[in-house]
Design a binder for this molecule. Sequence first.
Ligand code: GDP
Ligand code: MG
Length: 442
Amino acid sequence: LSDRLSGVLDKLTKQGALSDADVSTALREVRVALLEADVSLPVARDFIKAVQEKATGQNVTKSVTPGQQVVKIVHDEMVHFLAGDDANAGQLKIDNAPAPILMVGLQGSGKTTTTAKLAKRLAERDKKRVLMASLDTNRPAAMEQLAILGTQIGVDTLPIIKGETPVQIAKRAKQQATLGGYDVYMLDTAGRLHIDQELIQQAADVRDVTKPRETLLVVDGLTGQDAVNVATEFDDKIGVSGVVLTRMDGDGRGGAALSMKAVTGKPIKFVGLGEKMDALEEFHPERIAGRILGMGDIVSLVEKAQETIEAEQAEKMMKRFVKGQFNMNDLKGQLEQMQKMGGMEGIMGMMPGMKKMAKQVEDAGFDDSVLKRQVALIQSMTKKERANPAILQASRKKRIARGAGMEVSDLNKLIKMHRQMADMMKKMGKMGKGGMMKQAMK
Ligand code: GDP
Ligand code: MG
């Protein structure tokens, strides 16, 4: 959305375009920031390159330097990239009870802690019945650890039977979850200090007997390059559905998030923010991007400048409309802009003062699929008709509707909408700057 927004705003501001040199200079600084934040070198390089192509030629918002503009573009790109395209990426698939969730990762990454945190969240927020099982047969203390956490958060754990293999435990967990009517069972696997064949094989065997709905890779968010190698290995051998970044409460900048996403393409689902059981948060791309880039001041400065211009533009347009100058051409412009901005929802909140109008139009039974047809109708009008819709009589209406391949009733709806919009803008103007218009601007 912000992409489209700045695109539109840039056109409006008619400032100079970003030159190659502007972009290169600014990106050199961004590159340093990324590396300082522990983003891996190849990922930083690729990311910079992608932004470079995108940024060059974009316009600079008034009262902002080219460098600042580039930082804002970088920031938006990073948010977009971290968020991914899948709208449900942050959700866990836990339908078809009992849903197995497999937790994998290196020793000390925070698997056991995260298993319990997630179990607590599922139990409390989602009202799920959760069973946790420790498969860490190498370290009896680790199995105890999960049991203690379970008692602490009020979530059941599978009783420990000495001498079982991880696969045997996993099978028993599945059975217990089914018989016991659990919604979810979580499998906390053993870790190693380094990835090795045995560890991978163990996780793969457990995967095969339980067919997890989610396989979450738990990674220490403060480790840089190493984390990426681990992620690649786990994903190749076991298949990962999502990532949890732990220790993001530390003072590192968390560049692993960017690397992880770039290398595995897997969604980051949660972020660990401490040792406590409620120190788990859904992943917020905005927050992490701000932290990785470490240039929050510049980003908000550019945002402010864009908002100011946005308001100025809306006001200018309003002034014209208020004088009764809102004709069919204006309506066409509005409709086309709506299309560009991703329909009604896109324009809402984006054009100050238009919020109320968009709502009215929507209430009148208008949806985005109609936009194209509306524009076609206006295109079928003559110049004179567009400038002065009052002259639209029966014969003209018939011609216009036919020309657009539609019915006169469709055209009547458009005319009605135009009239409503024009009326409303006049009204808004009459109430003066201090009145409704100001309110609508908020
Ligand atoms: P495992 O070996 O992967 O199971 O890791 P553990 O869950 O046992 O965690 C290792 C240590 O990291 C423990 O002392 C945890 O309390 C700590 N830990 C886990 N997640 C976080 C986190 O998000 N922030 C902080 N500060 N510590 C964490
Ligand atoms: Mg553990």
